[in-house]
Design a protein around this ligand. Structure first.
Ligand code: DGL
Length: 360
């Protein structure tokens, strides 16, 4: 490397060292973190006809610059830039949106002048986008998703404070290496464990099996917990060269369970099925042999549960070893779908897939 090419990195190193010695946390202007807010849509960007209208509003209308303008206090805690990557209500998020978002997030995090990312997103599928990113982001820098349960036009809209708190978390050195996080309503949840539990209330995100990882109080970030599973920089999954994901769908199990949906899905080309069974991922006397036949024909079958928490035990409600099924551990069905999609980009071996469900 020519001498002149060494000067820039050494200068940056010098700046960083001097800031670290001076106690300034980051190399950004004023020692503040450089945070990029990547906006995707959702209720946080929603509008309604009146300040009291908190349902029946239009999601995904307000752009990222206006979201940032609504929180002028951000300037005191971080150097913030905004990007509008797309503008959708999150029930309409697709694999294409995920691949575009993941590639942009990885490109941003690879830059020395980006210290963390906040993603504003609809709450309906926020946990899924967060878990997908938890499996494909190649950095230990903080990635924090946030949103709102009330539109931006509402009285006591929750979006601005959620954005402020999310930037606070993304600017915290303690958030490094914690995996992708979801922060609303002063709480901090891990992407793998937190899930939306209420259609309308502000404290909708809960994490039953693990609990929250931490919380924000008075502008301070407190972590009390950490994920025990691999994520982000330790992931084996890589989407950088992918332009589509394997087709995997969820089939919901209830009383009168049958194979109509599963057989139709496989006929349409689906590669894997996550069975969201009752209880411990139980399959009825019709579904069990039906799924076994689909497995024999090459479709991958994962037993999950719609109970809400607790693990699906291998060889409990089905002879998984004999039928070559995979169990989802305590991943909910919508997250099990994501992990099976990514697993199928790496292997066709169900033993390897089962390892992945016990690893991530
Ligand atoms: N349409 C829903 C979504 O974008 C609204 C829910 C929300 O963002 O809070 O996820």
């Amino acid at each position: 490397m020519e001498v002149k090419n060494c000067i820039k990195p050494l200068a940056a190193l010098g700046v960083t060292l001097s800031l670290a010695l001076s106690g300034a946390a980051f190399a950004g202007e004023g020692g503040k973190a450089n945070i990029v807010i990547v906006a995707t849509g959702g209720t946080i960007a929603g509008t309604a006809a009146s300040a009291t209208q908190t349902v029946g509003y239009t999601a995904a209308k307000v752009g990222v610059d206006r979201l940032i303008e609504a929180v002028p206090e951000l300037k005191k805690i971080a150097n913030v830039k905004g990007e509008q990557i797309f503008q959708v209500a999150s029930e309409s998020i697709t694999d294409d949106h995920w691949l575009k978002l993941a590639k942009r997030v990885n490109a941003l995090l690879a830059k020395d002048d980006v210290d963390g990312i906040v993603i504003t997103h609809g709450t309906d599928t926020m946990e899924e986008t967060a878990y997908f990113l938890n499996l494909v982001v190649k950095s230990k820098k903080p990635v924090v998703l946030t949103g709102a349960m009330r539109p931006s036009t509402a009285m006591s809209a929750d979006g601005p404070m959620n954005i402020y708190n999310a930037v606070t978390v993304a600017s915290s050195k303690d958030a490094h290496g914690k995996g992708v996080l979801i922060s609303l309503n002063d709480q901090i949840g891990g992407a793998r464990s937190v899930t939306k539990t209420n259609t309308v209330s502000l404290d909708t995100f809960k994490s039953f099996d693990q609990g929250y990882l931490g919380l924000i109080a008075g502008g301070n970030v407190f972590f009390y917990n950490a994920s025990t599973r691999k994520h982000t920089a330790d992931t084996e999954f890589d989407v950088s060269n992918l332009d589509k994901l394997p087709s995997v769908e969820v089939v919901y199990g209830s009383a009168n369970a049958n194979m109509m949906a599963a057989n139709a899905l496989v006929k349409s080309g689906v590669k894997g099925i996550v069975y969201a069974g009752p209880g411990d991922g139980s399959m009825s006397k019709i579904v069990n042999p039906g799924m076994a036949e689909l497995r024999k024909q090459g479709t991958y079958i994962v037993r999950s549960s719609h109970a809400g928490n607790g693990p699906v035990a291998r060889n409990g409600e089905a002879d998984d070893d004999k039928l070559d099924f995979v169990v989802a551990d305590n991943l909910n069905p919508q997250k099990a779908r994501i992990l099976l999609q990514l697993a199928l980009t790496k292997t066709k071996d169900t033993k390897q897939i089962q390892r992945m469900f016990y690893t991530y």
